[in-house]
Ligand binder design. Sequence first.
Ligand SMILES: Cc1cc2nc3c(=O)[nH]c(=O)nc-3n(C[C@H](O)[C@H](O)[C@H](O)COP(=O)(O)O)c2cc1C
Length: 300
Amino acid sequence: MPDIDKQEQGQEQNQGPDFTPEMNPPVREEAPSRAETIRKGPIRRFLDTPADNTAKTVTVALLLCLVASMVVSAAAVSLRPLQEKNAALDKQVNIVQVAGLYEDGVDVAEVFRSFEPHVLELATGAFTDRFDPYQFDDRAAAEDMTLSAPLDDDPAGIRRQAEYVTVYLLRDESGALDKVILPVYGYGLWSTLYGFIAVEEDGNTIYGLQFYEHAETPGLGAEVDNPRWKALWRDKKLRDGEGNLAITVAKTPPPAGRDHFVDALSGATLTSRGVDNLVRFWMSERGFEPFLERVRAGEL
Ligand SMILES: Cc1cc2nc3c(=O)[nH]c(=O)nc-3n(C[C@H](O)[C@H](O)[C@H](O)COP(=O)(O)O)c2cc1C
């Protein structure tokens, strides 16, 4: 009798539908025990977090930013001396070029040693030994409140003008003055153009003009770097027979004549106007004229 009861019970239990895998209830993943979680450690637990977890995404992004900024900062700091060295070398190349001494393969540092740097007091046109010309930083001086003055009338668009600048003298074998290399800069259309103008020993004839830094548009304002345009400056005269500043960059020659005329760049009238303004400013009484007077007088 007890066996019959068991059979009946078994029949009752098997009365439901047949078993299929689909009907198997989902196996519930058991949450890791607290002991397991502690044993994993914070990094392991972080890595085990699902990839679409917002906190994980934000943390990874922040870590990436941090690492990238550290790499960029380290590169910037470690490369700075190299950048400064290259900037100094580039300036030397430009001084050598504007003086017409550059040739392919030339040892620029060696040629540059033939130039005499001096720190010039613009107002008097005299050299000063207040600063070491090998250390003097013209750009920093132009920003220094104690070494520069604001400009009310500012045709070159430079806002402040330094009292002192570095100029370079080039002498021939006999020691006589051959050229003076003068730094000039001013605003074009998009940027401040920095360059050098080389003036012959007569203090009036331009040997060359060359910019070493600007951000004018390639093919338009950046044509200031075009050798054909730069060649237009050779032998132009700063001042006319009466001593008036006459050099002009324009579309048509000035009344003083072609000796003082550099044709403006076509399609880049605004950059050309900037160059006209900056050259005329730096060659004026407010710029290098006191010094050029001394050059013309043969004092150097
Ligand atoms: C994208 C763009 C970039 C330009 N860049 C310069 C530039 O660097 N220097 C410049 O003088 N003019 C530049 N121009 C042209 C000036 O806007 C202006 O048209 C020109 O200076 C007039 O010169 P033109 O009288 O010889 O034609 C640029 C124009 C455009 C649309």
